[in-house]
Design a protein around this ligand. Structure first.
Ligand SMILES: O=C(O)CCC(=O)C(=O)O
Length: 221
């Protein structure tokens, strides 16, 4: 049965399944990725959806997240040193107005057969915050990772573990966009959120506070 997903303000896209949706969206990847000749694996393993949420929806989510984070302070030393300048929380039970958005992300990002984790990981990155290159542990999450970027635009850099100098991908994570990483890009490439020295296709991307919602699925058995 056809389902309708509202993707960008005023645009309705018909798709039979999350996978067929991803195939269509990849045609629109070009403005959002920077890839040297050697980079492989992009194809169906990366999806970027600009304006996945509206400004009102962004406000709804940020309001709930700020209430949950309360007065938590930004931390500058993570246990594995992968992240600096951040606050984080996990939200399992959203207010109904946010839950609708969360469900929309899960529907677009995960195959029907997969089991998205109930908790959404929320990361509030300070203006000077960065996430260093890392690969999410296979113990805690399966082949698909989706991220919703709120409040500002940053650049994500993926580097192949085998040849980081030649085989890398930079992805523009615009404010209110959704990205989805799958399979080889999730397992064989590190991902990092770059700092204020980052530029994308020769455009300087100023560092600003950014909130991301990270959606994961149950690990493979
Ligand atoms: O903030 C993001 O989009 C990426 C977060 C991340 O690297 C992680 O949770 O492993």
């Amino acid at each position: 049965m056809l389902s309708l997903h509202r993707l960008t303000s005023g645009v309705l896209l018909a798709a039979k399944s999350p996978l067929s949706l991803s195939r269509r969206l990849n045609a629109f990847l070009t403005p959002y990725v920077c890839i040297p000749n050697d980079a492989r694996e992009v194809g169906e393993n990366l999806t970027v959806v600009p304006n996945f949420v509206s400004s009102e929806e962004e406000n709804t989510l940020v309001d709930e997240i700020e209430k949950t984070l309360g007065r938590k302070k930004y931390e500058y030393d993570h246990w594995d040193n992968a992240i600096h300048g951040y606050r984080e929380t996990e939200i399992a039970s959203w207010r109904p107005c946010s839950e609708v958005i969360v469900q929309r992300v899960k529907k677009v990002s995960f195959a029907q057969s997969s089991k998205p984790l109930t908790h959404t990981h929320v990361l509030d990155l300070a203006e000077k915050g960065i996430i260093k290159p890392h690969i999410d542990s296979v113990k805690f999450c399966g082949p698909t990772i989706a991220g919703l970027s709120l409040l500002s635009t940053r650049v994500m850099r993926l580097e192949s573990e085998q040849d980081a100098t030649r085989d890398w991908i930079e992805v523009l994570l615009e404010q209110r966009s959704l990205y989805i990483l799958r399979g080889p890009l999730r397992y064989n490439y590190t991902h990092a959120i770059l700092d204020s020295t980052s530029s994308f296709k020769n455009n300087f991307i100023p560092n600003q506070r950014r909130i991301s919602l990270i959606f994961r699925e149950e690990p493979d058995k």
